[in-house]
Design a protein around this ligand. Structure first.
Ligand code: ARG
Length: 247
């Protein structure tokens, strides 16, 4: 059942004729994840993933409400039925697969590491735990640093600093409160644009993005997989890649 029918509060919205029969699904996003999902100056959700899910909704016959929320609590919100899917650059991982299902992959990314323009730190320094690492809490970048630097005793746990969203990481990197930032490459490029920050290297994690859906919602999973197939075969896919300058 969609979250809406389970009593989630949803603002009414003008709907096209005939849309009464369509289910409405609530899509959870991080509102600070350009180019995939972000809230623009008018408070409107935008981005590659946001436009993708709207296109799929039209194509597959359902309505969507986009709900921006804290990334760290987004899977619990899905499990609790507050949202019906997470479509916001979420990497398919074995740990997450224990609690939710994922659609087929729709994008591939690696992690990237950035420093201040004044910094002389290299990727070797990063791998040797030479400075403080900032990451968004609950992301694969934070997990990577924990697994590969902290848990391997290359650096102590206090050297990994986590934040609610990535703009806060970029600000602290700019203010030199941390030495490195780690994040998925496409949003990293967005976050450093116009700031005295640059990327020093990549970690080839070969991550794949998927749409997270409750384990019980197998029908919605099939709908989203079919929607992705149709989206990727349509001119919209290339249009979106161009618009958001995706490599
Ligand atoms: N791909 C990474 C992950 O799944 C980072 C995602 C962050 N996404 C976001 N919307 N903030 O953990």
């Amino acid at each position: 059942k969609p979250a809406e029918e389970k009593g989630a509060v949803v603002a009414p919205e003008a709907t096209a004729a005939g849309s009464e029969e369509k289910p409405t699904y609530i899509v959870g996003i991080d509102g600070e994840y350009p180019p995939y999902s972000f809230i623009d100056k008018n408070g409107e959700p935008q981005g590659f993933d946001v436009e993708s899910v709207k296109w799929i909704a039209d194509e597959m016959g359902f309505n969507v409400k986009i709900q921006a929320m804290a990334w760290d609590g987004i899977i619990p919100a899905l499990q609790a039925g507050k949202i019906d899917m997470v479509y916001s650059g979420m990497t398919i991982t074995d740990e997450r697969k224990e609690v939710v299902n994922f659609s087929d992959p729709y994008w591939k990314v690696n992690q990237s590491v950035a420093v201040h323009d004044d910094s002389e730190f290299t990727m070797d320094d990063f791998m040797a735990g030479a400075g403080k690492v900032g990451a968004q809490r609950g992301t694969t970048g934070a997990f990577w640093a924990e697994d590969n630097l902290v848990n391997k005793s290359i650096m102590t746990a206090d050297m990994l600093v986590t934040y609610d969203n990535f703009p806060l990481v970029a600000t602290d990197l700019q203010n030199k409160r941390i030495d490195f930032a780690i994040y998925d490459r496409p949003p990293m490029l967005d976050a450093i644009a116009g700031k005295p920050l640059h990327i020093i290297g990549e970690i080839d994690t070969g991550e794949e993005y998927g749409i997270a859906i409750r384990k019980t919602d197998t029908e919605l999973l099939e709908t989203m997989n079919e929607g992705l197939v149709r989206l990727m075969a349509s001119p919209k896919w290339d249009e979106l890649k161009k618009k958001y300058e995706m490599e």
